[in-house]
Design a protein around this ligand. Structure first.
Ligand code: MG
Length: 336
């Protein structure tokens, strides 16, 4: 199959091919209004009333494209979501692209278009970037790194330190869709039944909660999944977490794949789900609000912070108790 022109080492040599790659692929999709060619660094203006927050993340997913998204959408949403769950509005993004020699230019262009679309969705400007080309066999096609700068709302008091025994735990939608979608795409199993990654912006879910009285903590359940967020809460507060299996939304396709391959959905990566810890007095309100949002139809109250539990406990559908230990092995490498 003819894949068209391919990335060569010359696209990373600092000369004409590199300039053309940046102009014809990256700058064309991102727009150049933010890029001042007279400077080697981008000035950014932030509201002095707001606290500036910054987050960075690397993306090495394999394959690069999968149902529901690609590495470009992941790289933008992933970093913007980290800002969003911290109570911030993303404003600026930088992008580092490590490209492997031999990657089809058309694939790169599709991914760059996806980066631009996700940036528009988050209303974030890509203000600086870098490209490098690594020799064939030295990279997984394309690795991306994004750094995001956002503005945290004044008065936002989100933090592990605000969590109290009795608080409720909510999740914004079904868990494990991203991990299982990527796994099925990689292995070419024909089990997906139309399953797609949940890769999406969490801003609509987080912004209304950032300043809401009674919201204690938010975290996007990415690598390590729901159980890993629960362990972060346990470590940060010393309080146990009890989760109710019957209330945690898991799609039938994800459950089915987990049963066949021996995975626990509690540990599987999501890329568009937020876990929130809130005062029980507002838990129903948050659940109802999330359910009105696209992708939030199955938002649920799934458990509580429990002063007497010693660890992360799953109350099973059959009424038993199971300890969810902290993840040790990586069940699915290169998932995000
Ligand atoms: Mg995160």
């Amino acid at each position: 199959m003819n894949k068209g022109p391919l990335i060569t080492l010359a696209h990373g040599n600092g000369g004409r091919f590199m300039r053309e790659l940046i102009e014809d692929v990256f700058a064309r999709h991102f727009g150049t209004q933010q890029l001042d060619p007279g400077l080697d660094a981008a000035p950014i203006a932030l509201d002095p009333e707001m606290v500036a927050v910054v987050s960075t993340d690397g993306f090495i997913v394999e394959p690069l494209q999968f149902p529901g998204g690609d590495i470009g959408a992941l790289a933008v949403h992933g970093t913007c979501n980290d800002l969003a769950v911290s109570g911030a509005v993303p404003r600026f993004l930088t992008l580092g692209a490590m490209i492997e020699e031999g990657l089809p230019l058309a694939t790169l262009e599709t991914i760059v278009a996806s980066i631009a679309a996700a940036a528009r969705e988050n209303d974030v400007a890509i203000v600086a970037g870098d490209t490098k080309v690594v020799p064939r066999g030295h990279g997984g096609g394309l690795y991306l790194t994004t750094t995001g700068v956002g503005e945290r709302m004044p008065g936002c008091s989100l933090g592990l330190g605000t969590i109290r025994a009795g608080d409720e735990v909510l999740v914004s939608g079904p868990i494990g869709d991203h991990a299982v979608t990527v796994l099925l795409e990689r292995e070419e199993f024909d089990l997906s039944g139309g399953l797609a990654s949940d890769c999406a912006s969490l801003l609509p879910f987080c912004q209304p909660l950032a300043n809401m009285a009674g919201v204690r903590f938010m975290r996007d359940a990415t690598r390590g999944g729901l159980a890993t967020v629960a362990h972060e809460i346990l470590r940060g507060t010393g309080l146990g977490i009890e989760l109710r299996e019957s209330d945690i939304p898991v799609r039938d396709e994800v459950q089915g794949v987990c049963e066949i391959l021996g995975y626990d959905p509690w540990y599987l990566a999501c890329e568009g789900r937020v876990v929130a810890v809130v005062d029980p007095a507002i838990a129903a309100e948050v659940e109802a609000l999330w359910r009105t949002l696209p992708g939030g139809e199955q938002a649920a109250r799934i458990g509580s912070v429990n002063g007497s539990a010693h660890g992360v406990v799953l109350r099973t559908e059959l009424g038993g108790e199971r300890m969810l230990e902290e993840l040790e092995d990586d069940p699915l490498p290169r998932i995000c």
